[in-house]
Design a protein around this ligand. Structure first.
Ligand code: SF4
Length: 107
């Protein structure tokens, strides 16, 4: 699951670093291996970071609420960081991409 998300969708991914704790999106998706095929079909090059979904889409906020980086370590969910200085992680982008493609993720 990680290989379908981090190198393809995450701007924070560093291939030479040991694997770190996964973000909320990665953890959420890793618990649902049935979504692997859908993830493999996502295009990693959309113009919109969240595949057209709003930053404050409640389904995405639910994923972030359970993320270990949320309290202290995520610029994207830090209201003190301006929108043009941050970007969503790959895990959240992956969830957004599946939602935008019409998958009902029950979020
Ligand atoms: S955008 Fe931030 S809070 Fe949300 S899943 Fe990614 S790292 Fe976690």
């Amino acid at each position: 699951m990680r290989h379908l998300i981090c190198p393809r969708l995450c701007r924070y991914h560093k291939p030479d670093r040991p694997e770190e704790e996964g973000c909320g999106g990665l953890t959420w998706l890793a618990a649902r291996p049935g979504l692997e095929a859908a993830l493999a079909g996502l295009s990693p090059e959309p113009a919109a970071p969240l595949f057209g979904l709003a930053d404050d889409d409640p389904r995405l906020l639910r994923v972030c609420a359970a993320c270990p980086y949320r309290p202290d370590g995520c610029d994207f969910r830090d209201p003190a960081v301006s929108r043009d200085q941050c970007a969503p992680c790959g895990g959240l982008r992956a969830v957004a991409g599946l939602l935008a493609a019409g998958h009902d993720l029950d979020l």
